[in-house]
Design a binder for this molecule. Sequence first.
Ligand code: PLP
Length: 372
Amino acid sequence: MIEPSCHVRINWEHFRHNVVTLMNRGHDLMPVIKADAYGHGVTDAARVLERTGIKWAAAGTLQEAALVRDTGFSGNIVSLLSRVPGDEDVRLACEKQLTPLIHNREGLLASRDAVRRLHREKPLTIAVKVDTGMGRLGFPLEHMEKVAEFLAATPELTPLVQISHLAVADDPAESEYTLHQCDIFYRAADILHRNFPDMRCSLGNTAGLLEGVTAEDDICRPGLALYGYDPLYGTTHEGLSGPLLPVMEVSAPIISVHPLHNGESLGYGRTYKAETERLVGWVAMGYADGYRRNPAPGTCMCIKGVRVPVIGRVAMQMTCVDLTDLPEPPAPGDLAYILGGPGNAVSAQELAEWWGTIPYEVTCLLGKNKTK
Ligand SMILES: *Cc1c(COP(=O)(O)O)cnc(C)c1O
């Protein structure tokens, strides 16, 4: 891999702080570290969770779950993105004690048959996904009697936890829908609990945890808040989480600093024209590094703790900023912070607004520039 020009720094102490902040709300937690921990690095995240005494973790693919186990994480590991399991998947899951998410009939049958073929003595633990209104993965409530019957007759599989996912918990105006999802979820759980009284339930995402919509013994599955961001940002319920600390920081060197004289233009398409004398800088970060090509007007980077506006068109590996108003002009080699950093730092929430997206996508994208 060619080393990226930008630098991604992950503050694991902040991550730990956020985990503890959420733990203090009283629920057992299954931190969601799928998609390489939202771009932050799944193995490092798993090590922090282990040291913090966390007993559950949710990875994406089964392969990612195996990586989590290989770090020495001792709790239960659910893989949220299970395909219909083949023999190799089930072998991996059994060997590493992983818990695949089973969300349809095909998954139930295939995992049972694979456990039989592999002559495993111990059953495979599974997470049973119920579709309570996301319309994505899971058994509908009306199939749960059948699922319970099947599992009761299938010693090869043990349902460890029932899972569902909330669609609009981050929107207080939609609380009725969220409560409806909760209702369906616990009705489904009542059915499985007849045969499996020890099975746990896991419904709340970050927003569900903060809003307190789930049962007391719900194992909540926060993702976003672990990385320092509030899914209720911009709503009337913003801040319920208490202080969260941003975990990812992205910087890139300024590689050119020069004046742009009155009347001169800059970059592809000549979209910026100086109307007074300006001082501009080119930062070694472009759309090839996951920086959006068409950010909204008002998009900033941060240099020496002060914000500077992005101007002109973002190029493949470079972006221009207007340095004119900086109290102290930087020199080539100084750093521009795309995300986080000292001073008046740009948050993933702001960057998301400028990019027309959500902070989840910002960290997933920028995190791909991590080097080990
Ligand atoms: C990603 C994900 C979560 C975490 O959601 P946040 O909004 O980041 O808290 C929880 N559960 C499932 C099934 C997910 O896919």
